[in-house]
Design a protein around this ligand. Sequence first.
Ligand code: SF4
Length: 325
Amino acid sequence: MNNLVSIRNLVKYFDIGPNQRVHAVDDISLDIGEREIVGLVGESGSGKSTLGKAIVGLHDKTSGSVSFKGELLPTKYGPQDFQRHATHMQMIFQDPYSSLNPRMTVGEIIGEGLRLHRQLPAATVRESVAEWLERVGLEADHMSRYPHEFSGGQRQRIGIARALILEPEFVVCDEPISALDVSVQAQVVNLLDELKKSMGLTLLFIAHDLSMVRYVSDRMAVMYLGSLVEVGTANELFFNPKHPYTKILIGSNPEPDPKLERQRPSTAIEGEIPSPVNVPPGCRFANRCPKVMDICHHTTPNLISLVEVDNADAAPRDVACHLYT
Ligand code: SF4
């Protein structure tokens, strides 16, 4: 599989005062293959959304790089860069309501990208909007309505149509289901999966619920306090997690119960995620890890490929933990 997106040593810090900076994304490297779905999971505050936005140019990069089809993308996007790359890379946002302009009709919202980036005539835009409304399970005549007239799940479908009408090759989905009821979450995930298959899309699917995202992901990457701690194929990682944080995260995200259409009670992860302003030395998970050792407090574990000596057929797995070094 060829890589569509290559992220190398990506760093994104936010300066918030004298000698104070938020270490939102700290030295992340990840390849995303053509037509691959990578699920990016982790608790709130782990830097997932910042990483997604830095990849598509909505945040400047502090250092490191992102390449798309081998072409290095700008560190800081200007208006022309957005114009150039919007047709290749798009983002679907978490909160469908706040990301849709309440004063624009649904037709104007979905068709905006075509008008701005392709300068198509109004009749062609209208035709394409009608087609996309139907593709995402809405009706063509919904184009004259306003966002507040739709449910949360319908608004997320509008957000999906707005992002995909430009037929991008790569889409960052930033927690597109977390604001929705569990039964609606499954519908939106299935829609994205269908569109991925029919359009040959490549997706980075950001979520904090592993159980839902694993159904659509080829691989999953687990993020903690700005760093990747484990990367592997979705099923292997879900059923045989290696990193102590991944194990606890999976325990705290039990399978949704389809009969009850609600989530079973989850086990909370103990302790607080440290502040990204004062990142602790050594392993960032040490203050919450049940397997913590002396070395963990002073030496940062690198993300390394795991070699399973007793299982030559094991799928590739990268883990950042001293238990495996
Ligand atoms: Fe736990 Fe140490 Fe591994 Fe960090 S490096 S996850 S503290 S065992």
